[in-house]
Design a protein around this ligand. Structure first.
Ligand SMILES: C[S@@+](CC[C@H](N)C(=O)[O-])C[C@H]1O[C@@H](n2cnc3c(N)ncnc32)[C@H](O)[C@@H]1O
Length: 307
């Protein structure tokens, strides 16, 4: 299957990163190289792009799509391991960083990957196909309490307990369609009709759990900010409120000086502001982009600049 993914807010990201042709850029989630290829076009021979993805399919397609560029290093890795990756490459500072969170269209649209309720596939949802935990294990081995909590927290689903109860009652649940059917039966029919995709929230929750999408995101952003050169920029694209909250908080803390309670006469925390927010409110996709690419409608872009 062809790797198709339209890069979201490409213009906004390129202008926000304000590429230095000789700089070192890190794309933590390179996917189909949609953003990275355009970054590479702006780099000189002295510039470098490091691209990470935990999906081997993405790394393979990038090897092919970026074969004409000499100044690219591709690494199959979770960006949570970025400290080790940068150390191994002897890279001590960066001019720009991009994190385009979540799944690619290729992953969602590929029946074999078991992400979507649009196909009848074996429950999978692993971005990294070499990892052990898949959606099948989550759905079929987690306790009722654990499943309920995940669906409630990561899916913000109000029918979480009824969905989790019905999943447990109907185990083993083998395919995406079986799971979608159980979810539909766990909520009032009028809600199923009213919602655009009754299963979306539960599928999102299970996907986040399988890929541990929120784990260490805050810490990783904090670490990456320390690696930015003065004037370097970091752009993060998020696709749901849980991700955006983490990005917003990480950026807020790093763009704030003293964190002592307001009544403290002298600062004792020693906290320093190290970035400026490039945009106070998140940037959203233009109406035109939203029309052309429905996946851009939930996207929020936040950018900071290192002081
Ligand atoms: C939205 S896509 C990126 C698309 C890319 N910007 C483009 O324009 O082609 C997200 C990619 O990030 C990868 N990914 C998600 N979380 C990751 C993580 N923690 N570490 C490494 N890669 C990750 C996914 O496998 C997926 O390929």
């Amino acid at each position: 299957m062809e790797f198709v993914h339209k890069p979201i807010m490409l213009k906004e990201i390129l202008s926000g990163l304000d590429i230095n042709p000789d700089g070192i850029y890190l794309d933590c989630t390179i996917g189909g190289a949609g953003h990275s290829k355009e970054i590479l076009k702006l780099l000189s021979d002295k510039g470098l792009l490091i691209g990470l993805d935990k999906d081997q399919d993405a790394i393979n397609v990038c090897k092919d799509r970026l074969k004409d560029y000499k100044n690219v290093i591709l690494v199959k890795s979770d960006f949570k391991n970025i400290e080790k990756v940068l150390n191994d490459l002897n890279v001590t500072s960066l001019d720009g960083i991009l994190i385009d969170l979540g799944v690619s269209s290729y992953q969602l649209d590929n029946k074999e990957r078991g992400f979507s309720f649009r196909f009848d596939s074996k429950l999978d949802m692993r971005m990294d196909q070499s990892q052990k935990l898949s959606a099948y294990e989550v759905v079929n081995t987690y306790s009722l309490q654990h499943l309920t909590r995940i669906i409630k927290e990561f899916g913000e689903e109000e029918y979480a307990s009824s969905i989790a109860k019905n999943i447990v009652k109907n185990r083993p649940v083998k395919t995406t369609k079986e799971l979608a059917f159980i979810i539909e039966k766990s909520m009032p029919t009028k809600v199923v009709f009213k919602r655009n995709g009754a299963h979306k929230k539960t599928f999102q929750a299970i996907r986040i759990e399988v890929n541990k999408e929120l784990e260490l995101l805050f810490e990783t952003i904090n670490y990456l900010i320390t690696k930015l050169k003065s004037g370097g920029k970091m752009a993060v694209l998020s696709f749901h409120s849980l991700e955006d909250r983490i990005v917003k908080n990480a950026f807020k803390i790093n763009s704030t000086g003293c964190l002592c309670p307001s009544k403290t006469p002298i600062c004792i925390c020693g906290h320093k502001k190290i970035v400026n927010l490039v945009n106070k409110k998140p940037i959203i996709a233009s109406e035109e982009e939203q029309k052309q690419n429905p996946r851009s409608t939930s996207a929020k872009l936040r950018i900071v600049e290192k002081i």
